[in-house]
Ligand binder design. Structure first.
Ligand SMILES: Cc1cc2nc3c(=O)[nH]c(=O)nc-3n(C[C@H](O)[C@H](O)[C@H](O)COP(=O)(O)O)c2cc1C
Length: 386
C-alpha cells in the first residue's frame, strides 16, 4: 500500500545547520533500503518532509524521525494513500529554501515529479508543500516547550468542598492560577434501565447533585453538571424540576452550566432547541460537551447557541503532534470566537497538549494534568521557579 506521510518540525537550537547534508546522505541510503522516497525542505528553522513508499517502510522511518532529538515539535500534517509516487527518483532530496526564491523552488520540486501524470497543485501533498514554501501557515507553528520545563505543584487551598457526597472536578485557568468552575459529577446510571426510565433516573441524579453541591459550592463559582440531552426533550417537566432544584439548593441559575454531550443522540433537534430556550430564559447556561466527537458537527451551533463548548480526548489527545487535530481546533476556536462562545479543553493529560492549546487561545482546562491526589489543583510552575 503506497503511503505518504508529511510532517513539519523545528531544528533543535543546539544543533548546527551544517549537519544537515550528511544527515540527508545517510537518510537517502536507509530510505532506499526501505523503498522510501521523498523530499526534505529546510527554511533555516523548520523542516518539511514528504515520505512515500510501502506503509511498513514509511512508518518505520517516520518513527525513527520522530525519536530524533536533532529536531522537535514534529507535527504530522498528512497521512494518506496514493496509486503512485510523486517523487520516485530520490531516496531523499534536500531543498534549502535559504538559497532559492519560492518560485524557483516550487518549479524545481515540480520538475522532480515522477508521477505518471504531471504533478499539479490539485494534489494535497503538493498543496502542503506550497504552503510551507510560501510560509502561509507560519503563525500557526506553535513552539511547544519540552515536557520537563514544567512541574505541576499541588495547591491544597483549591481542594473542593469537603464530604458532600459529590465528586467535583475543577475547571482551571492554569496561567491565571484560578479555578473558574467546578464540575459536579452525577452518579453513573445503573445497568438495566431502558427508555424513559433512563431519563427519569438521569433527571433524579442531576437534581440530587445540584442539591448536594449547593451546600458546598461557593456562590461566586460556576457549577457545571452534565445531563443527557434527551432528558430535556423526553421529560416535559425537566427544566422546571432543574430550576426548582437550583432554588431549593440556594444556588442561582446564572451560576449553573448544564453540559450535554454531542456524542449522545439528539434526535428531536427542534424539541431540544425549545428546551434550551427555556433553560436560557431561566438564566441557566448550556455547554455542548465532547464537541466535534459526535455526529452533529458544527451545524449544531446554528441550531442551538451554547454559552460554552467543551472539547475532549477525541480532539485534544496528542494535539501537539497532529496537524489534522490542530486544524479542527483552529476551526472550532474561530467559530466559537465569532459566536462569543467560551471553549473548555478537557481530558488534558500532557503538558504539551495544554501548551499547544494555550498557544491557540484556550484558557480553561480540565484533566488529570491539573489534578493532584485528593482532587486539589496542581498548578504549572517552570522548573527554574521551584
Ligand atoms: C529533519 C530530519 C529528517 C530525517 N529524514 C530521514 C529520512 O528520510 N530517512 C531516514 O532514514 N532518516 C532520516 N532522519 C534521521 C533519522 O531520524 C534517524 O537518525 C535515522 O533514520 C537512523 O535511525 P536510528 O537513529 O534509529 O539508527 C531524519 C532526521 C531529521 C532530523
Amino acid at each position: 500500500m503506497l503511503t505518504t506521510i508529511i510532517y513539519r518540525s523545528h531544528l533543535d537550537d543546539e544543533v548546527p545547520v551544517s549537519i544537515i547534508p550528511g544527515m540527508v546522505e545517510k537518510a537517502s541510503l536507509l530510505n532506499a533500503r526501505h523503498q522510501v522516497t521523498g523530499i526534505l525542505l529546510f527554511n533555516g528553522t523548520h523542516f518539511f518532509q514528504l515520505l512515500e513508499g510501502p506503509e511498513e517502510g514509511v512508518l518505520d522511518i517516520y518513527a525513527r524521525i520522530c525519536a530524533d532529538r536533532r529536531h522537535h515539535n514534529v507535527v504530522e500534517l498528512m497521512r494518506d494513500y496514493s496509486p503512485s509516487r510523486r517523487f520516485g527518483n530520490h531516496g531523499m532530496e534536500l531543498f534549502d529554501l535559504r538559497h532559492h526564491d519560492s518560485v524557483s523552488v516550487l518549479q524545481a520540486v515540480l520538475n522532480r515529479g515522477t508521477s505518471k501524470y504531471r504533478l499539479t497543485y490539485d494534489d494535497r501533498g503538493l498543496q502542503f508543500l506550497r504552503t510551507f514554501v510560501e510560509a502561509r501557515e507560519k503563525e500557526n507553528y506553535f513552539e511547544v516547550l519540552p515536557t520537563d520545563y514544567w512541574n505541576f505543584v499541588p495547591d491544597d487551598n483549591t481542594s473542593p468542598a469537603p464530604a458532600t457526597g459529590v465528586t467535583f472536578r475543577p475547571v482551571v485557568d492554569p496561567l491565571a492560577r484560578e479555578v473558574t468552575a467546578l464540575e459536579a459529577l452525577p452518579e453513573e446510571a445503573p445497568e438495566g434501565l431502558y427508555g424513559e426510565a433512563v431519563y427519569k433516573h438521569n433527571l433524579a441524579t442531576v437534581t440530587a447533585v445540584l442539591n448536594k453541591a449547593g451546600r458546598s459550592c461557593p456562590d461566586d463559582i460556576m457549577l457545571y453538571v452534565s445531563i443527557l440531552p434527551m432528558t430535556l426533550v423526553v421529560l416535559p417537566d425537566a427544566v422546571d424540576r432543574i430550576v426548582n432544584a437550583i432554588e431549593s439548593a440556594e444556588l442561582v441559575p446564572q451560576q449553573i452550566i448544564l453540559g450535554v454531550s454531542e456524542t449522545e443522540v439528539i434526535s428531536q433537534l427542534e424539541a431540544f432547541s425549545q428546551a434550551v430556550r427555556r433553560l436560557k430564559l431561566a438564566g441557566i447556561s448550556l455547554s455542548i460537551d465532547n464537541f466535534g466527537d459526535g455526529s452533529a458537527g458544527l451545524s449544531l451551533l446554528a441550531h442551538v447557541q451554547p454559552d460554552r463548548v467543551r472539547i475532549g480526548a477525541g480532539i485534544v489527545r496528542n494535539i501537539q503532534r497532529s496537524g489534522p487535530r490542530q486544524a479542527v481546533v483552529h476551526a472550532v476556536l474561530r467559530c466559537c470566537s465569532a459566536l462569543e462562545i467560551n471553549v473548555i479543553a478537557a481530558d488534558i493529560e500532557q503538558p504539551e497538549e495544554w501548551m499547544w492549546l494555550e498557544a491557540a487561545g484556550v484558557t480553561d482546562f480540565q484533566g488529570a494534568l491539573f489534578t493532584a491526589s485528593g482532587a486539589s489543583v496542581a498548578w504549572p510552575e517552570t522548573r527554574e521557579a521551584i
